[in-house]
Design a protein around this ligand. Structure first.
Ligand code: MN
Ligand code: MN
Length: 288
C-alpha cells in the first residue's frame, strides 16, 4: 500500500483509496474511536502478518491501492446543521477523481456524510450494513447526527435504493417503527445462520460496524453486545458478496478497550478482504 504524502496528487480512475476519519464527537457513550485509523494502519502494516488476502491477492504489490492519510478535521468545526460538509467534501474529492474509497472511522456518524458524497455518484446505491444496532434513531440525546442516527438521515433523504441490515440484536419499538417507515430490510442476528448470503442487483456500499461481531471476537468497541458474528461469519459475507462493491467503511473500533489489539487486527483483516473485493470490481461503471 502506497502512502500518499502529496495531498494534491491526482488519481487514475479505479484507484482504491483508504482514508481515515478520526471523528468521535457524536459517540453517545464513550470517546476513543477517533484513535482508530492509525491503530488499523499499524495492524495492517505490522510484521506479524502480510498484506495478502485469503485468495492470495498481495496488496503490497498493487500500486492502485493507496492510503491518502486522514481527513483534516479540526475539533468543533466538523459538524453543522447539514451534517459534516468537511467529511462529505473529503470523500467527494476522491470520488470526483474516479477513485473508490474505504473509510476508517471514527464512529458510525461518519457514514451519513460519506453516503451523501456517494449518492451523487451512485444514484441506485445499495447499502449492506453490518451492526449490532440499527442506528435508526430519529435523534439521541438531542443529537440528530449521533452515531445512533446515520441510517435515519440516509433514508430520510433517499440516499440509498436499499438498506439491508444484518446482525441486528438491539431493536426497540422506536427503531422497529423507523425500520418500517423506511422499508429497511433487516436480518436480525437471532435469524442468522451460517452460510447465508444477501443478494443485490446493483452497486453495493458496505458499512461495517465492528460491534456486529461478538465481543469475544472484537472487544475493542464502545458498545459490547453479546451474541454476535464470528470473525469468519463476516469474512464469509465479504468474500461471497455477489455484486459490485464500490465503497466501504469500517467504524467503531475503540482502541482504549482493545485487549492486546485484537480488534484492530480484525479490522485490518477485514480491510484486506474488502480491498481485494473492491479491486476485483473493475468493470463496473458509475451511473449504470
Ligand atoms: Mn453502528
Ligand atoms: Mn453498533
Amino acid at each position: 500500500m502506497r502512502r500518499l504524502h502529496n495531498q494534491h496528487e491526482q488519481f487514475e480512475p479505479g484507484t482504491l483509496t483508504v482514508v481515515g476519519i478520526p471523528s468521535d464527537e457524536n459517540s453517545s457513550f464513550l470517546r476513543g474511536v477517533a484513535l482508530a485509523p492509525n491503530r488499523i494502519r499499524e495492524a495492517l502494516l505490522s510484521g506479524a502478518s502480510n498484506l495478502c488476502a485469503e485468495d492470495g491477492s498481495d496488496l503490497s504489490q498493487i500500486p492502485q491501492f493507496v492510503d491518502v492519510g486522514d481527513l483534516d478535521l479540526p475539533f468543533g468545526e466538523v459538524w453543522d446543521t447539514s451534517g459534516s460538509p468537511r467529511i462529505e467534501a473529503g470523500i467527494s474529492k476522491l470520488l470526483n477523481q474516479g477513485a473508490r474509497v474505504i473509510s476508517l472511522g471514527g464512529d458510525h456518524a461518519v457514514t451519513y456524510p460519506i453516503i451523501k458524497a456517494y449518492a451523487a455518484h451512485y444514484p441506485q446505491l445499495n447499502i449492506l450494513h453490518l451492526d449490532a444496532h440499527p442506528d435508526l434513531y430519529d435523534e439521541l440525546d438531542g443529537n440528530r447526527f449521533s452515531h445512533a442516527c446515520p441510517f435515519a438521515r440516509i433514508m430520510e433523504e433517499k440516499l440509498a435504493a436499499r438498506l439491508v441490515q444484518v446482525g441486528i440484536r438491539t431493536l426497540n419499538q422506536h427503531q422497529r417503527q423507523q425500520a418500517n417507515r423506511f422499508s429497511v430490510e433487516i436480518i436480525e442476528m437471532r435469524d442468522w445462520h451460517q452460510g447465508m448470503t444477501v443478494e443485490f442487483d446493483g452497486p453495493v456500499y458496505l458499512s461495517l460496524d465492528l460491534d456486529a461481531l461478538d465481543p469475544a471476537y472484537a472487544p475493542g468497541v464502545s458498545h459490547h453486545e453479546p451474541g454476535g458474528f464470528t470473525t469468519r461469519d463476516v469474512l464469509h459475507i465479504i468474500q461471497n458478496l455477489n455484486a459490485p462493491l464500490v465503497g466501504a467503511d469500517i467504524v467503531e473500533l475503540n482502541p482504549t478497550r482493545d485487549l492486546v489489539g485484537i480488534t484492530a487486527v480484525t479490522a485490518a483483516k477485514f480491510l484486506k478482504e474488502i480491498a481485494t473485493k473492491m479491486l476485483n470490481t473493475k468493470d463496473y461503471h458509475e451511473k449504470t
